[in-house]
Write a protein that binds this ligand. Structure first.
Ligand SMILES: Nc1ncnc2c1ncn2[C@@H]1O[C@H](COP(=O)(O)OP(=O)(O)OP(=O)(O)O)[C@@H](O)[C@H]1O
Ligand SMILES: [Mg+2]
Length: 193
């Protein structure tokens, strides 16, 4: 695969997202959250894994709070830098169970929390930088999510969330890229065909 193409798409989209007005990020994130909590596939799930949003990423705090208040188990990723692996941890509190990583991203306090078993995760909210209508994604480029999603069971539902401008005609893919079941933006729901 042409890594340069992926890298350029990622780099350009990150600049666009960085410069997006905060008010749009906030309004669109709220719409995306409302769509998720109304989705039958979400309503039926108990164990929800979600990324902890950073900067102008689609906000996941409101969704995490909603889950904690509505009897869902919230699971957050801990990223191991040395091997680019994700370990899922169960979090009960968005303030006391999270701490700032070296990159400034909030992550679970792995030393006081319980591991989640990947087989028990019903649904994963996946971050990303660029997506297409075939549910392909480009992430931050280290393969954390590609490695993690390759280990999930077939029944685990994956939902990418993004602002609508992050959807392009075609995302270049490699054999290790894992397509998602759904992509949700403030304007539409895209399902894997
Ligand atoms: N399942 C895997 N096993 C081993 N290496 C992998 C696997 N998945 C991805 N990689 C490696 O990760 C690197 C980055 O992949 P890619 O450019 O697709 O990242 P990405 O999808 O943007 O990142 P992420 O998955 O963290 O969001 C690739 O060079 C690839 O070799
Ligand atoms: Mg990938």
């Amino acid at each position: 695969m042409d890594d340069n193409l992926k890298n350029n798409l990622r780099k350009n989209m990150l600049i666009i997202r960085k410069n997006m007005p905060k008010q749009n990020a906030c309004n669109f994130s709220k719409k995306i959250m409302d769509t998720i909590i109304g989705l039958p596939q979400f309503i039926n799930c108990k164990n929800i894994m979600l990324y902890i949003s950073f900067n102008n990423e689609v906000d996941t705090y409101k969704l995490a709070t909603w889950c904690l208040n509505n009897n869902k188990t919230v699971i957050a990723p801990y990223c191991i830098k040395s091997n680019h692996k994700i370990v899922p941890f169960i979090i009960n509190n968005l303030t006391t169970d999270l701490t700032k990583s070296t990159f400034g991203i909030m992550e679970p306090k792995y030393d006081i929390l319980m591991n989640a078993n990947i087989e028990n995760i019903d649904l994963i909210i996946v971050p990303g930088v660029v997506f297409d209508e075939d549910c392909n994604r480009i992430g931050f480029g280290a393969g954390y999510y590609d490695r993690f999603l390759s280990m999930k069971t077939k029944n685990t539902i994956t939902i990418g969330i993004a602002y609508d401008y992050q959807i392009i005609d075609k995302v270049p893919t490699d054999e290790y890229d894992v397509p998602l079941n759904f992509i949700i933006t403030e304007k539409r729901i895209i399902s894997l065909k």
